[in-house]
Write a protein that binds this ligand. Structure first.
Ligand SMILES: [Zn+2]
Length: 270
């Protein structure tokens, strides 16, 4: 009974622990987002203010809280700190808690948290630079495949099929897209990202991701075109596809099985 009580008490704190864990990793994701596209080391040097180059002290580097305490300004030079830093930390914290609730406290939490972490980083790098770095996607494919050895998830065969299905479908879409529109609608980074998602979620998961991302992507695309006042403005809008794939994969991770079940019931209705 004693042990049960201890566990029970601990489990009440687990969402908070996951939030703090996610927020601290989110702080690290901010570093990765800014340094990986520039080819810089993610470990050295320690973070400094981009304006006055003063190193940021650990007590000024607490996720979310430091931004609030410093009121979004550097302690030394008063330069504005982007709201994106606490936003990424907050988002990461929430997604980790959500992950804990949906996946539960088991080994499948490791690939789920890994996938979410990569998707967060890729989303913001793609928004900033319109690239999805190979430095993330290639290790991501290997990780996705190797997680299939954990109990309770995909088999290695399902992971390989997912990787191939994701990559090949996006490759074909990119190929036909460039033939139809005479310009590259999708980059190699998107193809590799779909392969990563397939390796993590299997072929059903990556199909759900692709359907959701194209739905949301075209809605946002239509919205942006409708808001643009002239042709030139329309052409200058390059919308990165990576964030939609990332969003789709997180929905597929959490609700994929529900969506498949719902679709099977729907088909049975005919
Ligand atoms: Zn400063």
């Amino acid at each position: 009974m004693e042990i049960f009580n201890v566990n029970h008490q601990l489990s009440a704190y687990l969402p908070i622990i996951f939030f703090i864990f996610g927020a601290f990793l989110g702080s690290f994701f901010n570093v990765i987002i800014h340094r990986i596209p520039n080819g810089k080391s993610i470990i050295h040097p320690a973070s400094s203010c981009p304006h006055c180059h003063q190193p940021i002290k650990p007590y000024d580097n607490i996720p979310i809280l430091s931004y609030l305490i410093l009121r979004g300004k550097c302690r030394h030079c008063d330069a504005k700190i982007s709201w994106r830093y606490p936003f990424v930390e907050l988002l990461s914290g929430f997604l980790f808690v959500w992950c804990y609730y949906y996946v539960g406290l088991n080994l499948q939490l490791i690939p789920a948290i890994m996938l979410i972490s990569m998707m967060l980083v890729i989303t913001f790098i793609d928004i900033d630079k319109l690239i999805i770095p190979d430095k993330i996607t290639f290790p991501g494919m290997l990780l996705g495949l190797s997680f299939s050895f954990l109990p309770g998830g995909l088999s290695i065969g399902e992971s390989v099929i997912g990787l191939v299905v994701g990559g090949v479908i996006l490759y074909l879409i990119a190929l036909f897209g460039s033939m139809a529109f005479k310009k590259d609608a999708m980059g190699g980074g998107d193809i590799k990202l779909a392969a990563v998602i397939g390796a993590f979620l299997g072929w059903q998961g990556v199909l759900i991701t692709l359907i959701l991302s194209s739905l949301v992507g075209s809605l946002i695309g239509i919205f942006i075109i409708a808001l643009s006042s002239n042709d030139n403005q329309q052409k200058s809008h390059t919308i990165p596809y990576g964030p939609f794939l990332a969003l789709g994969s997180i929905i597929a991770l959490f609700f994929g099985n529900d969506l498949i079940r719902w679709y099977a019931d729907y088909l049975r209705g005919f």
